[in-house]
Ligand binder design. Structure first.
Ligand SMILES: C[S@@+](CC[C@H](N)C(=O)[O-])C[C@H]1O[C@@H](n2cnc3c(N)ncnc32)[C@H](O)[C@@H]1O
Length: 199
């Protein structure tokens, strides 16, 4: 990670601690964990709250095409940096809460979503809007990957039930500041072996 990323991240956190929710970008180890079920066959990938882009870089090294990436980032400076760093990706400077009402894909083609959003500091009403917006654009069987610094899934069980979602803990790493756990969120009633290329 470039030293300037750490600095930019720290200043962004100082200006908006609840929105940025961490003093430093995620580690390479956490990025590996977040993206380990994603690869060249996943197709379009949505990333929420990329910040300086540690998960974006990990997605590219897994073989995801840069022009298959849609990055949703509300921070103006982060969004500007992402556009320079990943020129072939689609960078949308917007609040992920607005995904439910905006049509950013014409059909549900997203194969996976990687989220760095700080759900522990996002109110349930907004969390609901974000997850509805995300699952609206994902293919059957596609999952959201979410990390947390907390002891359990950052999405409340009542909300998961309401959206018919299941959360599975897929890993933990101490090699991040602070240590983090990764969850996979997926629809309970979904076709598990659906191949999006053949409908
Ligand atoms: C904990 S940081 C994670 C950054 C990066 N993914 C990482 O792991 O280093 C949270 C990021 O989500 C962005 N963010 C927070 N709330 C958001 C929202 N409602 N919509 C879009 N981006 C948001 C912040 O600006 C920040 O970049």
């Amino acid at each position: 990670m470039p030293a300037s990323d750490a600095l930019q991240f720290f200043f962004a956190w100082a200006a908006a601690p609840l929105r940025v929710a961490s003093v430093t970008p995620s580690s390479t180890k956490l990025a590996e964990l977040m993206t380990r079920e994603i690869g060249a066959d996943t197709g379009p990938v949505l990333e929420l709250g990329p910040g300086t882009g540690p998960f974006t870089r990990a997605l590219l090294s897994r073989g995801v095409m840069e022009n298959d990436l849609t990055l949703i980032e509300s921070g103006v400076d982060f969004a500007r940096m992402l556009k320079q760093r990943f020129p072939a990706a689609r960078v949308l400077q917007m609040d992920a809460t607005d995904l439910r009402d905006k049509q950013i894909f014409s059909e549900p083609i997203v194969g996976a979503t990687v989220s760095g959003l700080p759900f522990l500091s996002i109110p349930p009403r907004k969390t609901l809007a974000i997850l509805e917006g995300v699952f609206k654009v994902m293919r059957p069987g596609a999952a959201v990957y979410q990390f947390t610094y907390g002891p359990r899934c950052p999405i409340d069980q009542g909300l998961l039930d309401r959206l018919d979602l299941r959360a599975t803990r897929i890993g933990h790493t101490f090699r991040n500041l602070p240590p983090a756990t990764v969850y996979r969120l997926e629809r309970i009633n979904s076709i598990s072996r659906y191949d999006w290329r053949f409908g």
